[in-house]
Design a protein around this ligand. Structure first.
Ligand SMILES: Cc1cc2nc3c(=O)[nH]c(=O)nc-3n(C[C@H](O)[C@H](O)[C@H](O)COP(=O)(O)OP(=O)(O)OC[C@H]3O[C@@H](n4cnc5c(N)ncnc54)[C@H](O)[C@@H]3O)c2cc1C
Length: 594
C-alpha cells in the first residue's frame, strides 16, 4: 500500500533554515507572510491532502472518468473533495485580493502544489489548470474580462482549461488550424477541434473557461499568426449570471495510461462565442504565461510523486523481511531481516531521498524568486529574479519529472513483484508520473528551450543569474574545513557546467545540431549542479545542529548530502564527456539506417 504524510518538517527546514523565507514578509503586501503563517497554512493544507485527497487516489484510478453524451463524470468523491477544497480557500491562496484572493506568496502555493500532487495528482489537475488560466487572464486579459471572470476562477466555482493541442499539432503550435472569425461586434466565432484537453469537461464546477489558441483570417503563418481567445462553456452576462450554452462540446475522453481521474477531452468548437485575450496574433506570448506557470506546476507534480513513492517504498523496506544483512543478521529474532539492510535497496531509497529533498529546496528557491520578481521594490532585484525563474523553469520541469518517474520505478523495484500488482498502489505512481515528462512541452523540448532560448539571451545574462551565486558560495566556503566535502564536489561540478556551457554555446553557433544533440545531457548536468548547490546549502545549515534536540534530522541531512555528492553528482563527469562527443555520432546514421 502507498502511504503519505506531508513533509512539513522538511518544508520548515528548507524555508526557514536554508532559504530565509522571512525575507518575504518584508516585501510590499506580504506583511502577513511570516514563517509562522507559512507553517500554519501548510499544516492545515496537509490535513486536506492526507485525509481527503489521498484516500481518493486509488479509487479515482480504479473508477476513472466516464463520458456520456457530451458530459463527463469525475470519480466518486471528487465533487465533494473539490467543494471542500474551494471552501477551504485553497483555490485562492496566491491570488490577488482585488478578485477575492488571499494574496499569499507563490512560494507557499508551490509547497501546496507538491502536497496536492503527492496526495492525488489527478485531482490536482483541475485547480492547477484553473490557476494557469487565472494567471494568463490576470496578465493579458482586459479589465472587462478580469472583472467578469477572475473572481470565479479564484473562488473555484468556475474552472479553466488550456486548449492548444490539435490532432496535427502538439509540439509545433505553428500548425494550429482552429479558426477565429470576427463577428463585427467585438466578439469572435471559434471553430476547430482540440485534443488531449485536460479538464475540458467535468462535473466539478458550474462553468468552464477555455483559453483557446486559434488563427484570425488575416493571420501570418506559423506561431506569429496565433491569437488567444476566451471561450466560456456557458455564456456570461454583464451582471455575471450564466446564460446559454456556448458552441463548445466534449466529443469524447481519452482512455489512457495514468491520471485516469483527470478528464482528457476532445473538444469540438463550432462557431463558439469568444473574446480576444491580449492583442491579435500575440497569443503565443499570452499562452506562454500560462504554460510557464503550468510547467512549474508539472515540475511539482514530479516532485510530489517522487515523495509519495519514496515514503511508500521506505515503509515497505522497513517491514518486508527477506534475506539477511551481508555482514550478519540485523534482526536475529525474526525469520529474516527487513530489506532496508541490503545495500542495493538502500541505494535506491537514498537516490529517491537525495533527489526529492534537493528538488524541494530548488523548487522553493525558484518560488521565492517568483515572489521577488513580482513584489520587490527595486527593479534590478525584480529583473534578476525574473531571469532566474525563466532560466530554471525548463530545468525544474524536465529534471523533477524525470526524477519523479525514476522514483516511482524505484518504488516498484523496492516492492518487487508486489510493486507490480495493482492493488498495492505503486504501479499507479509509475503510470501517473509518465505523463509529466510529456505534457507542457516534452522534456526534450525543455532542454531545447534551455540551450536555444535561455542560454543565449543577452549574451548569457540568464546563466549568470545562477552562476554568480554559486561562484560566490564556493569562494566564500571552500576554505572552511568541515564544509569541504560538500563544497569541493560542488565546485568541480560547477566547473564542468561552465566548460559544457562554453562548448555548447560555441559549437551551437556554428551548427544548431550541436546544441540540439547536447541539450538533454546539458540540462541534466545543469540540474545536478543546481541540486549540488542546494545540498551544499542544506549541509551548511545542518552542520551546527547535529548535537541538539533534533540531531537525527540534521545527521540525516548530512548523510544524504554525502550520498548525493559521492554517488550521484559524479554523473556530471560522464555527462561532460558525452556532451564533448558532439553531434556527429547522433546525426551520422541516415533515416533509412534506423
Ligand atoms: C494526458 C494528457 C493531457 C494533456 N493535456 C493537455 C492540455 O490540457 N492542453 C493541451 O493543449 N494539450 C494537452 N496535452 C497535449 C500535450 O501537451 C502534447 O501531447 C505534448 O505537447 C506533445 O505533443 P505531441 O503529443 O503531439 O507529440 P509530438 O509533438 O508529435 O512529439 C513527438 C516526439 O517528437 C519530439 N519532438 C517534436 N518536435 C521536436 C523538435 N522540434 N525537436 C526535438 N524533438 C521534437 C517530442 O519531444 C516527442 O518526443 C495533453 C496530453 C496528454 C497525453
Amino acid at each position: 500500500m502507498t502511504v503519505y504524510k506531508a513533509p512539513l518538517r522538511d518544508y520548515r527546514f528548507v524555508l526557514e533554515e536554508v532559504l530565509a523565507v522571512e525575507q518575504l514578509a518584508k516585501l510590499p503586501g506580504f506583511a502577513d507572510a511570516t514563517p509562522e503563517i507559512f507553517a500554519a497554512v501548510l499544516e492545515e493544507g496537509s490535513r486536506l491532502c492526507e485525509e481527503v485527497l489521498f484516500p481518493l487516489n486509488r479509487s479515482g484510478d480504479e473508477e476513472g472518468c466516464t463520458y456520456e453524451n457530451g458530459t463527463v463524470r469525475t470519480p466518486k468523491g471528487f465533487k465533494e473533495a473539490y467543494d471542500a477544497f474551494c471552501a477551504g480557500g485553497w483555490t485562492s491562496l496566491a491570488c490577488d485580493p482585488a478578485y477575492g484572493g488571499q494574496g499569499l506568496p507563490y512560494t507557499l502555493n508551490f509547497c501546496m502544489e507538491e502536497m496536492i500532487s503527492a496526495a492525488n495528482m489527478s485531482f490536482g489537475m483541475y485547480p492547477g489548470l484553473s490557476h494557469g488560466a487565472y494567471r494568463a487572464l490576470m496578465m493579458h486579459g482586459s479589465d472587462e474580462q478580469k472583472s467578469r471572470y477572475l473572481q470565479h476562477l479564484v473562488d473555484g466555482s468556475w474552472a479553466g482549461t488550456m486548449c492548444l493541442t490539435e490532432p496535427q499539432c502538439g509540439t509545433d503550435l505553428g500548425l494550429i488550424r482552429s479558426k477565429a472569425e470576427p463577428r463585427g461586434d467585438g466578439k469572435y466565432k471559434i471553430s476547430g477541434t482540440k485534443i488531449f484537453i485536460s479538464a475540458g469537461e467535468h462535473d466539478l464546477t458550474e462553468n468552464i473557461l477555455h483559453l483557446v489558441l486559434a488563427r484570425l483570417p488575416d493571420a501570418p503563418s506559423g506561431t506569429r499568426g496565433i491569437s488567444l481567445f476566451l471561450v466560456p462553456k456557458f455564456l456570461v452576462a454583464a451582471d455575471g449570471s450564466l446564460g446559454a450554452r456556448n458552441g463548445v462540446r466534449c466529443g469524447s475522453i481519452e482512455h489512457k495510461m495514468g491520471i485516469k481521474a483527470s478528464s482528457t477531452c476532445v473538444m469540438n468548437f463550432d462557431e463558439a462565442e469568444a473574446t480576444l485575450v491580449g492583442k491579435p496574433h500575440s497569443g503565443m506570448r499570452a499562452m506562454f504565461t500560462m504554460m510557464n506557470s503550468a510547467r512549474l506546476g508539472v515540475a511539482l507534480q514530479g516532485l510530489g510523486l517522487g515523495e509519495v513513492a519514496y515514503q511508500s517504498a521506505r515503509a515497505y523496506a522497513l517491514e518486508r523481511l527477506q534475506g539477511r544483512a551481508l555482514k550478519g543478521s540485523a534482526a536475529p529474532d525474526k525469520a529474516a531481516d527487513p530489506i532496508i539492510v541490503h545495500p542495493d535497496v538502500r541505494r535506491m531509497l537514498l537516490t529517491m531521498k537525495a533527489h526529492n529533498e534537493a528538488s524541494r529546496a530548488l523548487a522553493c528557491w525558484v518560488g521565492l524568486q517568483i515572489d521577488i520578481a513580482e513584489r520587490h521594490p527595486d527593479p534590478a532585484e525584480r529583473d534578476s529574479a525574473e531571469d532566474l525563474v525563466a532560466l530554471m523553469t525548463p530545468i525544474l520541469k524536465s529534471y523533477l519529472t524525470d526524477g519523479g518517474s525514476e522514483a516511482a520505478n524505484f518504488g516498484v523495484q523496492i516492492m518487487g513483484g508486489h510493486g507490480y500488482i495493482r492493488e498495492n498502489g505503486m504501479e499507479q505512481l509509475v503510470r501517473d508520473a509518465r505523463i509529466t515528462q510529456i505534457y507542457e512541452g516534452t522534456n526534450g523540448i525543455q532542454a531545447l528551450d534551455l540551450v536555444g532560448r535561455k542560454m543565449p539571451v543577452h549574451m548569457g545574462r540568464l546563466m549568470r543569474r545562477f552562476f554568480h551565486p554559486v561562484d560566490h558560495f564556493v569562494a566564500k566556503h571552500k576554505a572552511i574545513a568541515e564544509l569541504q566535502e560538500f563544497v569541493v564536489p560542488l565546485a568541480k561540478a560547477f566547473g564542468k557546467l561552465q566548460q559544457a556551457t562554453l562548448l555548447v554555446a560555441q559549437r551551437g553557433l556554428a551548427d544548431p545540431d550541436e546544441a540540439g544533440a547536447a541539450a538533454s545531457d546539458y540540462l541534466k548536468l545543469f540540474a545536478l549542479t543546481a541540486l549540488a548547490y542546494m545540498w551544499a546549502l542544506m549541509a551548511k545549515a545542518s552542520l551546527p545542529k547535529t548535537a541538539g534536540d533534533d540531531a537525527g534530522f540534521y545527521l540525516g541531512k548530512l548523510a544524504t548530502a554525502r550520498f548525493f555528492m559521492t554517488r550521484i553528482l559524479p554523473q556530471t563527469s560522464s555527462l561532460l564527456t558525452i556532451i564533448s562527443a558532439g553531434a556527429k555520432p547522433v546525426m551520422a546514421l541516415d533515416a533509412e539506417g534506423f
